[in-house]
Write a protein that binds this ligand. Structure first.
Ligand code: PLZ
Length: 448
């Protein structure tokens, strides 16, 4: 039986201790003795429960969540539909291993993925546990299907922390430093980054294509792997026409176009996938995060002829498509449809963008760029109207927000971008409250 915890957690931000509070500080001391120092926390408040867009910590503080655990809990925390589906599945069975004895929910998730990902061609999927694992498998499949080995990735890209995906990820610190040697046959080309390169989409695509052709050779390239809106790299939205031009080029050269929609997908941008905004139909799509509302699940979905080119038994893993995670995905997708969360994402984006653009005007020179789509918005902080990244400002703003009980996340190659990824169920009041705090933070940093 599931009872709503709405009444317990409440819907308003409420700070009742200094942050982090005494219990959190105590737990953090305990943590130091047993948790590897390599794993860090953005904000060391320890969470006890959550509801909608509010996290409640062990000291009784209620924090407004503008990060969704890095774009995961898009349907919000403790959503009754998901709690019920997961609880029932746990009571029924938690694991058989799909490779040993299968179950229906795995198939249902693959049916949803086939229906929701762009294009009406025949598609099949394989399910995994994490985003990195999905990306690794997409590369395996693309290489197997094409018989080629080179993989093209972009500046500022983030694709994971496993050995292959570290090689695909651009940024050295903290992801790669000292963790090599890295996997071979990965080639990096420039991304379209309108704020910094001033190029149109077709111009930026031509620059990338020229490098692929002259330095790698089209016939050696198995796949072009790209985040349609880059996440960790700084919420970089490529200029219009960049993705279509790349996709067109891959089609002409038998190269597999893989869209990594792990952060940008599943309704986050106001459509099911970020590529939908430009009418691009990838050959393969990787998904995770928002797919399963907080349970670990990831997918690779692609053209049946590519996906099925792999020999029998070539793909798998003990937990991939775990039944508890699978029903969570089905509940999450159902909730998105029933609560019309794609439209909510667009509405959230409109509110955020309007307010950020006004602040950009007001604070002349601190906010260099406001960008994103739907509920995946960010602002890039610079020094005095120049292009020089202002990471110190980003840090100060996030600290200010944290002290007020608002969770906001930094991203970007230069650590100078603040991204907003609220749960799509956030109310207008909650969102505006969070934006009020961000406004005060920005004004305070601008005046110092
Ligand atoms: N592809 C586009 O955004 C995960 C990483 C946080 P996993 N992004 C958050 C961190 O510091 O580890 C991500 C992504 C894109 C792949 C991944 C990897 O997904 O589920 O973290 O493996």
């Amino acid at each position: 039986m599931v009872t709503s915890i709405e009444s317990v957690v409440g819907t308003e931000r409420r700070v009742v201790t200094e942050l982090p509070g005494p219990k959190s500080r105590e737990l953090h001391e305990r943590r130091r003795r047993v948790v590897s120092a390599g794993v860090t926390n953005g904000f060391t408040v320890y969470i006890e429960r959550a509801d909608g867009a509010i996290l409640e910590d062990i000291d009784g503080n209620r924090l407004l969540d503008l990060g969704s655990g890095i774009a995961v809990t898009s349907i919000g925390h403790a959503v009754p539909e998901l709690v019920e589906a997961v609880s029932a599945q746990v009571a029924n069975f938690t694991h058989t291993c799909f490779m040993v004895t299968p179950y229906e929910s795995y198939i249902e998730v693959c049916e949803e993925l086939a229906a929701l990902t762009p294009g009406d061609h025949e598609k099949t999927s394989a399910l995994f546990n994490s985003g990195a694992e999905a990306v690794e498998n997409a590369i395996k499949i693309a290489r197997h299907a094409t018989g080629r080995s080179a993989i093209i990735v972009f500046d500022h890209a983030y694709h994971g922390r496993t050995n292959l995906t570290m090689a695909l990820t651009a940024k050295n610190m903290p992801y790669k430093d000292g963790f090599g040697p890295f996997a071979p046959e990965i080639y990096r080309v420039p991304m379209s980054y309108p704020f910094r390169d001033g190029l149109s989409g077709p111009e930026a695509a031509a620059r990338a294509i020229q490098l692929m052709e002259t330095q790698v050779g089209a016939k050696n390239i198995a796949a072009v792997l790209i985040e349609p809106i880059q996440g960790e790299g700084g919420f970089i939205v490529p200029a219009d026409g960049f993705l279509p031009a790349l996709s067109q080029w891959t089609r002409e050269h038998g190269v597999v176009f893989i869209a990594d929609e792990i952060q940008s997908g599943f309704g986050r941008t106001g459509s099911w996938f970020a590529v939908d905004h430009e009418g691009v139909v990838p050959d393969m799509v990787t998904t995770a995060k928002g797919l399963a509302g907080g349970m670990p699940l990831a997918g690779v979905t692609g053209r049946a002829e590519l996906m099925n080119s792999v020999h029998e038994g070539g793909l798998g893993g003990t937990y991939g498509g775990n039944p508890v995670a699978a029903v969570a995905a089905l509940a999450s997708i159902r909730t998105m449809r029933e609560r019309n969360l794609l439209a909510r994402a667009t509405h959230i984006g409109d509110i955020i963008e309007t307010r950020l653009r006004a602040l950009q005007q007001e604070l002349g020179g601190l906010i260099g760029d406001v960008r994103g789509r739907g509920a995946m918005m960010a602002f890039e902080l610079v020094v005095d109207g120049s292009k020089e990244p202002n990471a110190a400002a980003a840090k100060a703003i996030v600290n200010y927000c944290n002290n007020e009980g608002v969770i906001a996340l930094v991203c970007g190659t230069y650590g100078n971008v603040i991204r907003l990824l609220p749960p799509l169920v956030i109310t207008d009041e909650q969102l505006n409250d969070g934006l009020d705090v961000i406004t005060r933070a920005l004004r305070s940093v601008a005046s110092n």
